[in-house]
Design a protein around this ligand. Structure first.
Ligand code: KMH
Ligand code: ZN
Length: 286
């Protein structure tokens, strides 16, 4: 764990690109819904917002004016770290995924390898990984390295060896577990990843679907951080649909407190992740 930061970094992934609003009415997709979710979850302990944007038709979009609109609206009402997804949807082309960086987020996700994604394929070839990494370095955008399988941690080491440390200098990894095609969401799989983290790196873990709770408990027990939200989990318990994102953040924050590592504030999260962009007055006063 990074010296001086003792709490749990709680990242909220409220929307994702996989679920349809018509199937999941509680999914935040409008600007107002995303802002209200961000505000409520910030109050409950979220410090980072992992953001996939939806268009006015509720479908996933990387349309830059729309992405900018949502980022500005979130910054207007909260001081959350805004981490844009560069993963997008499995159908998004590389150029559009790179162009998301033009919206000037504090941070962005960077997936470290191609992985089967259910019946789809999530493409992350080496050249795209390098391009995202170097563009984020040049723009001062702090990456969160998304790891879907253990071998992708070897890719991370190769990336850092060949292209240098990320913007901000600190390496933070999110182990995305339980994707059908990636590593399973188990304590054993999480423990197997830990020796392969770069020296000094921090990690969070995300358990997709029914692996959410076991992955959260395993991550906390190993000194890791947490990502939760309706991007990854739509059932709160067997047979019980998630009511909203706040329900998932409240549970994660409660477990973090039980682990005696309470949720970090966005300011503490910025310190942990090496984010130097200064929030606007509007963001700070919320
Ligand atoms: N929507 C997935 C295909 C990311 O945000 O960087 C990829 C994803 C990862 O969600
Ligand atoms: Zn995502």
């Amino acid at each position: 764990m990074r010296v001086g930061v003792q709490g749990t970094l709680l990242t909220l992934a409220p929307t994702g690109a996989e679920s349809a609003k018509v199937d999941v009415p509680a999914l935040p997709v409008t600007v107002d819904e995303v802002v209200a979710t961000a505000r409520d979850c910030r109050a409950l302990g979220a410090a980072v917002l992992h953001l996939h944007v939806r268009g006015t038709d509720t479908r996933p979009t990387l349309d830059l004016p729309r992405v900018r609109e949502v980022v500005a609206a979130v910054r207007e009402i909260t001081d959350l770290v805004v981490q844009l997804s560069t993963g997008g949807a499995v159908t998004d082309p590389a150029e559009a995924r790179l162009a998301v960086l033009d919206a000037e987020p504090d941070a962005a996700s960077l997936s470290l390898g191609t992985v089967n994604f259910g019946r789809d394929v999530f493409y992350n070839p080496w050249d795209l990984i390098v391009e995202l990494h170097t563009q984020m370095q040049q723009r001062g955008i702090v990456p969160e390295y998304e790891v879907f399988d253990l071998g992708q941690l070897a890719t991370l080491s190769r990336l850092l060896d060949r292209h240098g440390p990320p913007a901000g200098g600190h390496v933070h990894v999110d182990l995305v577990m339980g994707v059908p095609g990636g590593m399973p969401g188990t304590t054993a799989a999480l423990a197997a990843c830990l020796p392969f983290l770069p020296p000094g790196a921090t990690f969070a873990a995300t358990g997709v679907g029914r692996t959410s709770l076991p992955v959260m408990l395993a991550a906390l027990s190993a000194g890791g951080h947490l990502r939760v939200g309706m991007e990854d989990t739509l059932s709160y318990a067997p047979g019980e649909p998630v009511r909203d994102n706040a329900q998932l953040v409240a549970r994660a924050a409660g477990l973090a407190r039980i682990a005696q590592r309470p949720p970090l504030t966005p300011t503490e999260a910025r310190q942990l992740l090496g984010i130097t962009r200064v929030p606007t007055t509007a963001e700070v006063s919320r």
